[in-house]
Design a protein around this ligand. Sequence first.
Ligand code: 5RP
Length: 219
Amino acid sequence: MSPDEKKKAAAMAAIEYIEDDSIVGVGTGSTVNYFIDQLAEIKNRIEGAVSSSKASEERLKKHNIPVVNLNHVNEIPVYIDGADESTKNLHLIKGGGGALTREKIVAAASNKFVCIVDDTKLVDMLGKFPLPVEVIPMAQSFVAREIAKLGGTPELRQGYTTDNGNIILDIHNLKIINPVEMETKLNQITGIVTNGLFALRPADILIIADNNEVKTIRR
Ligand code: 5RP
């Protein structure tokens, strides 16, 4: 299977987790774009979607899937999103597409997080993919110095502004031996809005497409 075929296969497998008459949490990225296209096929079965980004919102609307404000929703049974890296414990790095803050909010507000990836995203240890952190612009230098104290090398994502009007620092060379501990430490740095580690709230189900099949890991 080509990389795109794998993404599509993982996205298709996620459809079975969608509950009838529910609001679906929708992530961001190229894998999720395939999911949105699949969701359009069953849109009459759902009430609508809460989106984690302006980009996903646009795609949902193009398919005439109602997009609902999270503040107007009582329950999101299932959130579907991709990841940049995942371990077998379903700890993730997310934010390659820059939508990590809204993704973390929708994941936190959802009962179940189903993560859809191709097999290239599965790793033994997180951190080869530079860890994105969303930062309030005036805190850039301070946050960069604090990250250096943790052993990371922050790099400004050039020319990029998040949906929330902030910047992204991509952290290279970070040794993430204990993802929960590292996520907690980064959460303590004033000026960081969100870090891209999803370990305190990991995925519940990981759908992985490889060349031959689609596998599922549950937490
Ligand atoms: C966006 C994300 C995406 O889920 C992550 O970057 C994976 O994207 P793709 O499916 O395009 O590989 O976290 O902020």
